[in-house]
Design a protein around this ligand. Structure first.
Ligand code: SF4
Ligand code: SF4
Length: 165
C-alpha cells in the first residue's frame, strides 16, 4: 500500500493522540472484550501506535474490530487518552484503504434496514418476559436512515459494497 500524504498525516495524528500513554494497562484492565478474548488488548494497540507500527492492526490482524466502542477505557485512562476514539479512527482508516472486514457490510446493512445489528433471540425475549420487562420499542427507522445519510454512512456502505463485487 502506498502511504499517501493524507494517510501519513492521519497516522501522525493518531500518534499525537496517544503519545502520553505510559503503558500502565488500566485500559486493558477494564476492557470487557479483553476479559473474554485476551488477544484483543487496547494497551497493546496503544503500544503499536507509540512505536509507529499500526500495520498489523489495520492491515493484517484486524484486532481493532473486536472493540465494541463502550468507552470504558477512555473514562479510566489516567493520561486522559480517548482510546476508544483512537480505535474508531483506526477503523475509519481501514475503511478508507478498503481493508475493513467483510462482516462490516452485513452489520451496516442490518442497521440501515432494521436499526439493529443482531435480531433479538427467543431466549433473550423469554428472559425479558420472566423479568416482566416492558416490550422493547421498535427503532425509529426514519431517524436512523436520515442520520446514516447525513453522516455519510450510506455513501460509505455503497462504496464498500461496490468494492466487494
Ligand atoms: S490506560 Fe492510558 S496510559 Fe494506561 S496503557 Fe492505556 S492508554 Fe496507556
Ligand atoms: S472501547 Fe473498546 S477498547 Fe475500550 S474498553 Fe470498550 S471494548 Fe475495550
Amino acid at each position: 500500500m502506498t502511504l499517501t500524504t493524507e494517510l501519513k498525516e492521519e497516522f501522525k495524528d493518531l500518534y499525537d493522540k496517544v503519545k502520553l500513554c505510559y503503558q500502565c494497562g488500566t485500559c486493558a484492565g477494564g476492557c470487557p472484550v479483553f476479559k473474554q478474548y485476551s488477544s484483543f488488548n487496547p494497551r497493546r494497540v496503544m503500544e503499536k501506535l507509540l512505536a509507529g507500527d499500526i500495520s498489523a492492526e489495520i492491515f493484517d490482524e484486524q484486532q481493532i474490530w473486536y472493540c465494541t466502542g463502550c468507552y470504558t477505557c477512555s473514562t479510566r485512562c489516567p493520561q486522559g487518552i480517548d482510546i476508544c476514539h483512537v480505535i474508531n479512527d483506526m477503523k475509519n482508516i481501514a475503511v478508507k484503504i478498503k481493508n475493513a472486514p467483510p462482516g462490516i457490510i452485513t452489520e451496516m446493512t442490518a442497521i440501515l434496514e432494521t436499526g439493529i445489528t443482531a435480531a433479538k433471540s427467543t431466549s433473550a425475549l423469554r428472559k425479558r418476559d420472566k423479568l416482566e420487562l416492558p416490550e422493547i420499542p421498535p427503532p425509529d427507522m426514519t431517524e436512523i436512515q436520515k442520520l446514516m445519510e447525513v453522516t455519510g454512512v450510506i455513501a460509505k456502505l455503497n462504496a464498500l459494497k461496490e468494492d466487494a463485487k
